[in-house]
Design a protein around this ligand. Structure first.
Ligand code: XLS
Ligand code: NI
Ligand code: NI
Length: 437
């Protein structure tokens, strides 16, 4: 059965197109800075939102019309869903996908049954992946939905929850390897705490460190060479998530000796929940050598939770692409649309509109970022702002020629700091807008 009979293969028609089922900017093979657009982005579709998003919210049930769903949580239905998913990705022209173990296959009554269900569905995912050439960007395990994880998984007060999570990740790693996944992500789920009174933070974090070492060891044992990622998020579902932001994650990785094995998967909406911008998180990760992958979405500033909307802001995508290009690209990571259509957008075709909009917005951002880089004006302006470090006392400090005593002597002679540099923020913003419109 074709799930989207009215949708053709989405193609590039150029900026003047009025066809809502076409790209206006995303042109997979077009070269930007000598590299095809598709390799700049490595777009990925998130199985959980696209195939399992029902539109349910705390105030009401699902709304989505998904004619391919039988309404039963069976392996047969799961297999049918996988076929629909690949039809979707193929028509969209997305080269990658991501999933959690429990999105793709139903959880059984026992661990053994869950493993068996997963194997049956993964067999079909592999078949479809080989048929279409659409690859797994990263796999992950859902360690947060089942009630057994009410206190967290690796950081639970219940050691059995740690053990169950270990068994689940072991299997998810095997499956990710089987599918040739480029990476494996740990998003914190319920790893964090709600109350200072009942939590032993130090003990919980030690357990998380131990858990991730077990994952690294097992990956080595089975020969899984994909990149490991941690996905920062400051809150939701717990009040204090341990993986708060890029800085907290990097500190955690270094504390537990995991920095060689992990990079970060930065999500835009999580960055804003942490009171950062995504570009701040990306730049921070990039300058520390931890830039890994991106979960592309956006929040609603008036709502303040992880609304996971599709990105449509070209300033946002321009900044993301600038950071990628600065650090030599995002591979082996990619841009995973960890985003869902709104509850009111209940028709299957809305899934196409959403992804097309996101991909086009990134393509436009890439073109703008490339124009900024080719022109070099912003870079020159930033360099000029720091020019006091390029000669004289600044250059001497940078060269290690000074200490507190020599600097005191210098200032006693000079008298005071001359305010000779305007920040020029408004001018910077105007120059940015030259490229945007
Ligand atoms: C939740 C996270 C989740 C991860 C994968 O907020 O974004 O979807 O990306 O577990
Ligand atoms: Ni995410
Ligand atoms: Ni999220």
């Amino acid at each position: 059965m074709a799930a989207f009979p009215e949708v053709p293969k989405i193609s590039y028609e150029g900026p003047d197109s009025r066809n809502p089922l076409a790209f206006r900017h995303y042109n997979a093979e077009e070269l930007v800075e000598g590299k095809p657009m598709k390799d700049h982005f490595r777009f990925s579709v998130a199985f959980w939102h696209t195939m399992r998003g029902t539109g349910a919210d705390p105030f009401g049930p699902g709304t989505m019309l998904r004619p391919w769903e039988s309404g039963q949580d069976t392996v047969e239905n799961a297999i049918q869903r996988v076929r629909v998913f690949f039809e979707f990705c193929q028509k969209l022209g997305a080269p990658f996908f991501c999933f959690h173990d429990r999105d793709v296959a139903p959880e059984g009554k026992t661990l053994a049954e869950s493993h068996k269900n997963l194997d049956a569905v993964v067999k079909v995912i592999k078949e479809e992946s080989q048929r279409t050439g659409i690859k797994l960007l990263w796999g992950t395990a859902n360690l947060f939905s089942n009630p057994r994880y009410m206190h967290g998984a690796a950081t639970s007060c219940n050691a059995d929850a740690f053990a169950f999570a270990a068994a689940q990740v072991k299997k998810a790693l095997e499956v990710t390897k089987e599918l040739g996944g480029s990476g494996y992500t740990f998003w914190g789920g319920r790893e964090g705490y709600q109350s200072f009174w009942n939590a032993d933070m130090n003990r919980e974090m030690d357990h998380l460190g131990k858990f991730l070492h077990m994952a690294v060891d097992y990956a080595k044992e089975i020969g899984f060479t994909g990149q490991f990622y941690i996905e920062p998020k400051p809150k939701e579902p717990t009040k204090h998530q341990y993986d708060f932001d890029a800085a907290a994650c990097i500190n955690f990785l270094r504390t537990y000796g995991l920095e060689k094995y992990f990079k970060l998967n930065i999500e835009s909406n999580h960055a804003t929940l942490a009171a950062h911008n995504v570009e701040h998180e990306l730049e921070y990760a990039g300058m520390q050598g931890f830039l890994g992958s991106v979960d592309a979405n956006t929040g609603d500033l008036l709502l303040g939770w992880d609304t996971d909307q599709f990105p449509t802001d070209v300033y946002l995508t321009t900044k993301i692409m600038l950071v990628f290009m600065k650090y030599g690209g995002i591979a082996p990571g990619g841009i995973n649309f960890d985003a869902k259509v709104r509850r009111e957008s209940f028709e299957p075709v809305d899934l196409f509109y959403a992804h097309i909009g996101g991909m086009d917005c990134f393509a436009k951002g890439l073109k703008i970022a490339a124009a900024m880089r080719a022109d070099g004006e912003l870079e020159r302006m930033v360099k000029e702002r720091y020019s006091s470090w390029d000669a004289g006392i600044g250059a001497e400090i940078d060269a290690g020629k000074h200490d507190f005593k020599s600097l005191e002597k210098y200032m006693l002679q000079k008298g005071d700091v001359t305010p000779n540099k305007s920040g020029r923020q408004e001018l910077f913003e105007n120059v940015v807008n030259r490229y945007i419109f």
